[in-house]
Design a protein around this ligand. Structure first.
Ligand SMILES: Cc1ncc(COP(=O)(O)O)c(C=O)c1O
Length: 405
């Protein structure tokens, strides 16, 4: 028999590792080796999970009913709490049967594409995009159709651009506001225009609402199926506890959608993962049904840091940073630093791409950020401001000193 062996399937061999996690782990490895590294790479609040949530998890550990398998689609109490919280926070009313609890928002993203895409289905994906979306689309057999946005349009896709990307294979539009990495928050009129475009063209929308509580200044989050109720039957909402409640490590997210799609996705999950860890689900119940005081405190800190980072980055010659409107990222244009001779040790170094610049800055200034290549829009960099005030100022100062002409 003459068989060539592909050790991994083509499907998995084509997956790129998560660039944001890669930068973070390189920075963490340097830190572990004793280097004084400041990391702007991770999209992770620096706060501890609020105590009442941790207490709920501690109690859940001691309760034997949590030691056993539970329904694959999520604890009924958590599905109810998510439905209640969604109506409270975004105004979208749904039944618990429309909720699927997943292993984090990332898993909900993957499940949403798996639930909707057949091979060859096109998914419109505005860039810059969160690095996981194209991989999740491709894994599900879909084809990402990327639309570039820029700082001039506030990194917001327009209906004209959507029209130009529409084909008879278009199945889904990925929509996210507040956005990772650009920090853009679409105003309600723009959400309405895009939602109405989707309804008119029979396109599904996957709307990622994971940063719903993190908006700054006069920018406000609007949920697409609330602004455009007609899209609700072709809309999947993705959300989770990670960003709002400083619970990145707990791994609880969810997908909300029409009952038939949620049922199919729940069947899929029953074979792929079974239930999400019961202790983490009990913690999530405390999070989503508890007060929003801690969230308000964290948002105030992020708003303050957004202002500091935005003005410090703009003060660097060669850096142009739009004001972040939401999430916890600045996404400055760094093209003014490319091709510049940067003094290092005795000599100089030059970066011609933002990947090279990120490497150079990590090596020489011990500061990590994620280059725009990871988000489909080179020339920019993503700087998370979800870290302590002192580290934030020190990290940007180090970059300013390094690139000073
Ligand atoms: C836009 C967006 N969606 C979803 C997620 C998933 O978050 P998690 O899987 O930690 O719940 C992230 C995390 O970085 C994100 O930035």
């Amino acid at each position: 028999m003459n068989r060539t062996e592909n050790r991994t399937s083509a499907r998995l061999a084509g997956i790129a590792p998560s660039a944001t996690l890669a930068v973070d782990s390189k920075a963490k490895a340097m830190k572990a080796a004793g280097e004084n590294v400041i990391g702007f790479g991770a999209g992770e609040p620096d706060f501890a999970t609020p105590q009442h949530i941790v207490d709920a998890a501690t109690a859940a550990c001691a309760d034997p009913k949590n030691h056993k398998y539970s329904p694959a689609g999520g604890l009924p109490e958590l599905k109810q709490a998510i439905a209640d919280k969604t109506e409270r926070d975004s105004g979208f009313a749904c039944e618990p049967s429309q909720v699927l609890v997943t292993n984090g928002g990332k898993h909900a993203v993957y499940t949403a594409f798996a639930a909707l895409c057949d091979p060859g289905d096109e998914v419109i994906l505005p860039a810059p995009y969160w690095t996981t979306y194209p991989e999740a689309i491709t894994l599900a057999g879909g084809v990402p159709v990327v639309i570039d946005t820029d700082a001039e349009s506030g990194f917001q896709v327009t209906v004209d651009q959507l029209d130009a990307a529409l084909t008879d294979k278009t199945k889904v539009l990925l929509f996210v506001s507040p956005d990772n990495p650009s920090g853009a928050v679409y105003p309600a009129e723009a959400v309405r225009a895009i939602g109405e475009w989707a309804v008119a063209n029979g396109v599904w929308v996957i709307t990622d609402e994971i940063y719903e509580h993190l908006t700054y200044g006069n920018h406000e989050f609007s949920s697409m199926p609330v602004v455009v109720p007609d899209i609700a039957d072709r809309c999947l909402i993705v959300n989770g506890v990670a960003k709002t409640y400083a619970m990145t490590g707990w791994r609880v997210g969810w997908m909300i959608g029409p009952q038939d799609v949620v049922k199919a996705a729940s069947n899929f999950q029953s074979h792929a993962t079974s239930n999400v860890c019961n202790v983490a689900q009990r913690a999530a119940i405390a999070a989503v049904s508890g007060p929003l005081d801690d969230v308000a405190m964290m948002r105030a800190a992020f708003a303050r840091r957004a202002g500091v980072m935005h003005s410090m980055l703009n003060a660097i010659d060669g850096v142009v940073c739009p004001e972040p409107q939401g999430a916890f990222y600045c996404y400055p244009d760094l093209t003014g630093l490319l091709g510049r001779e940067i003094r290092c040790g005795g000599g100089t170094k030059t970066a011609t791409t933002t990947i090279e610049l990120a490497d150079l800055i990590l090596e020489e200034a011990k500061v990590a950020f994620v280059p725009g290549e990871a988000f489909g829009l080179p020339g920019y960099g993503r700087f998370s401001f979800a870290l302590g005030d002192d580290d934030l100022s020190e990290g940007i100062r180090r970059i300013a000193d390094l690139v000073a002409t």
